[in-house]
Design a binder for this molecule. Sequence first.
Ligand SMILES: [Zn+2]
Length: 407
Amino acid sequence: MERSTFKRRQLLAGFASATAMGFLAGRFADRAGKPRESNLFETPFTFSDESRTGLFEDESFFFHDWHSHPESASRLMQVHDELSDFKDMKFRKIAVRSSPFQGAAEWIEALSVVHDRKYLERVSEKIDQRDYLTQSRWSPYGGPHARDATYKAAVGTFELASKVANGELANGFALIRPPGHHAGRAFSGGYCFTNSVAYAAKRLVAKNRKPVLILDLDVHHGNGTEDIFYSSPEVTYVSVHQDDWPYTGGIERTGEGAGSGLNFNLPMPLGLTGRSWHEAVEKFVVPIVEKTRPAQILVSMGYDTHWRDPQGSMLLSVDEQMSLVASVQRVAERVCEGKVVFVLEGGYERRATALGVLNTLNRLVADKKAIIKDPLGPAPLGDAQEMAKLEREFAKRLDSARKVHGL
Ligand SMILES: [Zn+2]
């Protein structure tokens, strides 16, 4: 792309971000406060109907913003900023119109697929105001674009996944925000208040009557997704995460009722590198996928496993994150015709997240020919004895998680 066009787009994206700071908010909303389509958002991605990889993004994910919040639109702007280093990627565009949901009632109706109505009614009272939704320090926030963004994140993820399910697309990435995996049936948390990956999985199952597996590779346990599907026989939940906040995700949590045996957790000691994460995927996740044989895999993908991430305590490099992506692709090829959709969850170190997203996109498009670009490199080496101790503890947990599930 010509540099001037690119720069102009960046300027517009920055301009869009400023709206959520308040002074331009009116330009993106009509008098009733409803967001409207604007001409200010231009994506630097290249789209082609020939591409077999779907990409879903939307202007609302850029306009819903709180400049100083860790979960702000700059997470996605950085992806656009770094894109010029990744050439020749073409995607099929997935777009969702905002028109059907403009009222609170429609928003509640749509998201009640996975959330309790009373919970949604409570959230709905606050969602249009630019304020924290709860008292928690991990609270998500509302604003004039929050309703639009949360609705589109859920519906767009489903539409993308649906096109992969029916073979129209080979795979895809839902580049959405706010994240969703900490939002349960009736609770919010961890910057999440509506659960997009759960919404997509639930609707996929309703539409196709085929089992779906959600693999959660965010550094945090997806307590919301686990909550929603804990007794579901149709959606398997698998999570590898650091054994820390939100203090859920124990090995013994295996599901209940009709969902018994279909909830898989592997809590990891803090401070591990990609070597252990790769082993966790190969020896825990892969056997689960082979055993449960889903028709499709949705990956709740967090890039907060990166060693530079301020909200994670793991030591993965971008290169190591990509080895996890490759393992997931390989098992998906064997089990479900490669039908994988990545859905963005966390990732708070801007550059690491952008590089993680772009390398994942490159792998989806180019497969094994993709060259990994990791200018940030590996984590600085720590104490070898301490690492050996952590790895022994990890081996114990891996062993016990495998035993609990008979893998
Ligand atoms: Zn996270």
